[in-house]
Write a protein that binds this ligand. Sequence first.
Ligand SMILES: [Zn+2]
Length: 362
Amino acid sequence: MKSLLTVLFLAAAWPAAAAPAVRNVILVTIDGLRWQEVFGGADAALIDKDNGGVPEGAQAALRREFLAATPEERRVRLMPFFWSTVPASGQVFGNRARASRVEVRNLENISYPGYNELLTGRADPLISSNTPIPNPNVTVLEWLHGRPGYAGRVAAVAQWRVFTSIINVGRSRLPVWVTDTPLPAGTASPRLRELERWMKDIPPITGGEHFDAFVQAAAYEHIGRLKPRVLLVAYGEPDTWAHARRYDRYLQAAQRCDRFLRELWEHLQSLPEYRGTTAVVISPDHGRGTECHDWTSHGKKIPRSEETWLAAFGPGIAPRGEREGTPVIVQAQVAATVAALLGEDWPAASPGAEPAIADLFP
Ligand SMILES: [Zn+2]
């Protein structure tokens, strides 16, 4: 009887209390990681010098590590945690070989428009470049921060400096930590100061971004100090190495993101504030080209770089595994999905925002 009453209560309370078991959400973004690798693993055609930029001497070891007979075997080699965890306790969308499509709604297929879309719930045609203008739009992070129970408990750590603009820290006042940018004097914890020293001593790959390892270290520090109920962890190296036409490093970066995800998840399960009450949503910000010459790039001139993927797992999410034959999902649905997992209604607060992904919920 009790369970029947619980079921009736949940049904009646939808969507305001859609998932009361979830107290925290970790939103993980992996910049520019293609659905082709997520679902199919490494592409043998890119493990070479001309297409993939893989040094001759590194090719044999890379093939041994990442290639296998089937897409299902290859993807487990690339992302073992993802494929052992998401199908069993969540869902993943975007495998076009199985008629599941995820795409960006913005017309640019680049990062700022993509992150704006997934954090605000809609594409903004005025955000059409990566120029770090303070975002005029309110993100779901900023909105949640003003809701009861979230003050001081929403944060972001990111590999890309532009996140301070995307989340408009001048207005939102959210703690947004980005690599390669020292915090104002006297405001960093001893651990973050230590990370800043390491980042200064290790040359970044390109300006305005540094290694994902620093994002991971900063994530632990923010979890320990702030106990955030909503944390954005934004990895970026797969995009960096793809632009550099280094398919070996792109694969290794994706594999590292998977390991970071496992370690983050295991860390959260060791903490009473998070164990059993934390859901994870994972998304890239755009796709990439599909040809040997343009897999490195993305943007409105690169065909099919609007194609992405999306995953979520943990409490509050129906374990329907890898989805097939689903209606098209747009990246803009991420914002409302994060809110709905917490029992909050973002489209009601921000009319025009795309709805949560209803299929995710029990
Ligand atoms: Zn890029």
